[in-house]
Design a protein around this ligand. Structure first.
Ligand code: FAD
Length: 459
């Protein structure tokens, strides 16, 4: 995998999606001299961060023929990581322009600020000119040594085109995973997935059970406490005796998972507590979904493991023509998108070479064997975690001759996750790692990515 000395190939590449992953993929591919078409079914860039008050008609999103609403962002959402560590390496996510009152300078800003940042990024690097908006990719398949893409525009007109390579950046927070609850078929209440949650108002005076206690579950339960009568969180990871009144509200309780749902409307938790509930909100995550992809069964999604994929990016038998950006989670996502994109762009141009198909398969099987030996379920295959993510990102950086990820960035992620888990009601406004903010801004200044430290940062 050493940098190669052969001449640079300039390829015709399709990118699917103009979210945070697709935008940086387009930039890196163009930087590497490829010609790029980005297919985006929405009418603007930003992907998940394009908030819409609209949600899907099927509140659990189980109907495969439903009209899909891409974004899972709720109105009150603020980032769950500090902004300094979220941005791309050469375009930091700093408050800009400094005195624009429509912008949110906070360290954990609202979803609107992330969208504004992505729009700034697209403008700064002239990415919009590569995007075909209102164009959905409905089929991707091999055509000899090339790839056929069938797309459909907003007038319903289909078109087939041939590309040398396809980079999949379609996001993976749109297809909900729903909890299995004994007795649920007879339970008379309402259910929805967090994908379709926007504002708390419809839950006024209700007793709501929220399943899941990570980022969205924790946020949505707090959001609900302002209007609901009672909010009960069911957390799979909690021991069966758990029963706690949570701080920050007088109508919020934490339980272990649900034991059963009953036809009289009650919900029984594993701690034996019973509540008469109106609604269950499933904050239980998402599944990877590539409805457009036809690889004759080579790539499968099995218990949320997408494979086989070398280093979560290249399917060994189809590399480098097909690649995936952004599958791993519990990591510095924008950094990951950027490094994976640089790697794909450099492999396609021939500047960096991949190992043989057999070697890639060996490596992929070794990852699966390690996962199994550690007792992790398949659905954790793409979960990197604090230590694994630094190793993974630095490995890619090394392949393409980039410096390792900054220590302050990794530490912000690590400390950020600890705060998220231990002070879920205050982590966005109280922290004790100002020294990391200082390091980040000094780094931006040193690299001339900003001209001064914005006045809001330390005071
Ligand atoms: P997306 O943003 O989902 O973009 C995918 C794009 O592909 C979309 O524009 C979509 O329209 C398009 N598309 C999909 N299918 C097709 C098709 N067939 N044809 C054409 N176009 C298609 N990350 C953080 O770093 N910090 C946070 O604070 C944070 N908070 C989050 C909160 C929530 C509630 C969720 C769900 C996720 C959060 N994330 C956060 C993770 C977030 O997903 C990533 O930050 C990132 O924005 C994902 O970018 P993406 O480009 O991979 O996917």
């Amino acid at each position: 995998m050493a940098p190669s000395c052969s001449p640079i190939n300039s390829l015709h590449v399709a990118v699917i999606g103009a979210g945070a992953a697709g935008l940086v993929a387009a930039r890196e591919l163009r930087r590497e001299s490829h010609s790029v078409v980005v297919f985006e079914r929405n009418t603007e860039v930003g992907g998940l961060w394009v908030y819409t008050p609209q949600s899907e008609p099927d509140p659990l999103s189980l109907d495969p023929n439903r009209t899909v609403v891409h974004s899972s962002v709720y109105d009150s959402l603020r980032t769950n990581l500090p902004r300094e560590c979220m941005g791309y390496s050469d375009f930091p996510f700093v408050p800009r322009p400094e005195h624009d009152e429509s912008r949110d300078p906070r360290r954990y800003p609202t979803h609107r600020e992330v969208l504004a940042y992505l729009r700034d990024f697209a403008r700064e690097f002239k990415l919009v000119e590569m995007v075909r908006f209102g164009t959905e990719v409905v089929l991707v398949e091999q055509d000899g040594r090339k790839w056929k893409i069938r797309s459909r525009n907003s007038d319903g007109v289909s078109r087939d085109e041939i590309f040398d390579s396809v980079v999949v950046c379609n996001g993976h927070y749109t297809e909900p995973r729903v909890a299995q609850i004994p007795g649920i078929d007879l339970w008379p209440g309402k259910q929805l997935h967090s994908h379709n949650y926007r504002v708390p108002d419809p839950f006024k005076d209700q007793v709501v059970v929220v399943i899941g206690n990570f980022a969205s579950g924790s946020d949505i339960s707090k959001d609900l406490t302002g209007v609901a009568k009672e909010v009960h969180i069911a957390a799979r990871s909690k021991p069966s005796e758990t029963y706690e009144k949570l701080p920050g509200a007088d109508n919020l309780w934490l339980h272990p998972m649900i034991e059963t749902a009953c036809k009289d409307g009650s919900i029984v938790f594993k701690n034996g507590k019973v509540v008469q509930a109106d609604t269950i909100v499933h904050c239980t995550g998402y599944i990877y979904h590539f409805p457009f992809l036809n690889t004759n069964g080579y790539i499968t999604v099995d218990d949320n493991c997408v494979g086989p994929l070398y280093k979560h990016v290249f399917p060994p038998a189809l590399a480098p023509g097909l690649s995936f950006i952004g599958l791993p989670w519990m990591t510095l996502l924008f950094t990951l998108f950027e490094l994976q994109s640089k790697w794909v762009a450099a492999v396609l141009s021939g500047r960096v070479t991949l190992p043989s198909e057999d070697k890639m398969m060996e490596d992929t099987n070794a990852l699966y064997a390690k996962r199994d030996a550690n007792g992790f379920p398949k659905r954790y295959t793409h979960r990197l975690g604090v230590v694994g993510q630094a190793e993974y990102l630095n490995w890619i950086a090394d392949q393409i001759g980039e410096p390792p990820v900054e220590q302050w960035r990794n530490k912000e992620l690590e400390d950020g996750y600890v705060r998220l888990a231990t002070q879920s009601d205050t982590f966005r406004d109280k922290w004790d790692d100002d020294h990391l903010i200082a390091e980040a801004y000094e780094d931006f200044l040193r690299q001339k990515l900003i001209s001064a430290i914005p006045s809001q940062i330390f005071g």
